[in-house]
Write a protein that binds this ligand. Structure first.
Ligand SMILES: Cc1cc2nc3c(=O)[nH]c(=O)nc-3n(C[C@H](O)[C@H](O)[C@H](O)COP(=O)(O)O)c2cc1C
Length: 176
C-alpha cells in the first residue's frame, strides 16, 4: 500500500461506509487487537488548532460503536484506530466479521484476512484503502440528544447507545 495525501482521496463517503462497509480495528501485535464491521460513520472536516488546519478543519472520521462490541474495549484502550475498506470479493468476509465476536474465536483467521501490524496499530493486507486515525473525542450518545423519537425507538429500543468516536485521519493508504 502507498500513502497519499488526504486531499487526493476520491470516494463517496455515504456509499463507502453505508454500502461497502469498513472494518474498525484497534490494538497491536504485542497487546492484541480486534476488528468489527461497521456501516455507520462519517468522513469530513472538524476542529484544528493554530498552525494545524485551523482554517479548514482536520480531516476526520466519525464512527459509532455499541457497548456490547468487543472491539470497543480496544478502541477505548488505544490512541489509534484504523478503518479498512475492501474490494467487493471480501464483502462476505466483512459480513462474517460483523456477525461473530472476537471474544469467541479468531474470526480474522476464519474470514481469511491478513493483519498488518504497523504504525503501532493494525489494518489488513487485503484492504484497498486504509485510514489510520488518532482518537480526538469519545462519548456515548444520550437519549436527550435525539430530536426524532422514531430514530430513538427504532435504533435504541434497549437504550444501548453507541459511543461516538471522532478520529483525526493521520494517514491514507491506498492499494491502487
Ligand atoms: C453490515 C454491518 C454493519 C455494522 N455496523 C456497526 C456499527 O456501525 N456499529 C456497531 O457498533 N456495530 C456494527 N455492526 C455490528 C458489529 O460488527 C458486530 O456486532 C460484531 O460482531 C462485533 O464484533 P466484536 O464483538 O468482535 O467487536 C455491524 C454489523 C454488520 C454486519
Amino acid at each position: 500500500m502507498r500513502e497519499i495525501p488526504f486531499d487526493e482521496l476520491r470516494l463517496n463517503p455515504m456509499t463507502t461506509v453505508g454500502r461497502e462497509w469498513w472494518l474498525i480495528t484497534a490494538g497491536n501485535e504485542a497487546n492484541g487487537y480486534n476488528t468489527m464491521t461497521a456501516s455507520w460513520g462519517h468522513l469530513g472536516s472538524l476542529w484544528g488548532r493554530p498552525g494545524r488546519n485551523e482554517m479548514h478543519g482536520l480531516p476526520t472520521a466519525v464512527v459509532f460503536i455499541r457497548p456490547q462490541r468487543y472491539t470497543k474495549s480496544f478502541v477505548d484502550r488505544e490512541d489509534l484506530f484504523t478503518l479498512s475498506v475492501f474490494p467487493k470479493e471480501w464483502h462476505s468476509a466483512l459480513a462474517y466479521l460483523g456477525a461473530k465476536s472476537g471474544r469467541d474465536e479468531d474470526k480474522v483467521a476464519k474470514a481469511g484476512l491478513t493483519p498488518v501490524f504497523a504504525d503501532g496499530t493494525t489494518f489488513f493486507q487485503e484492504a484497498k484503502l486504509v485510514l489510520v486515525c488518532r482518537k480526538l473525542y469519545a462519548a456515548p450518545l444520550t437519549e436527550a440528544g435525539f430530536t426524532d423519537p422514531d430514530v430513538l425507538e427504532s435504533c435504541y429500543p434497549a437504550r444501548d447507545f453507541h459511543t461516538l468516536y471522532v478520529g483525526e485521519i493521520l494517514k491514507v493508504l491506498t492499494a491502487d
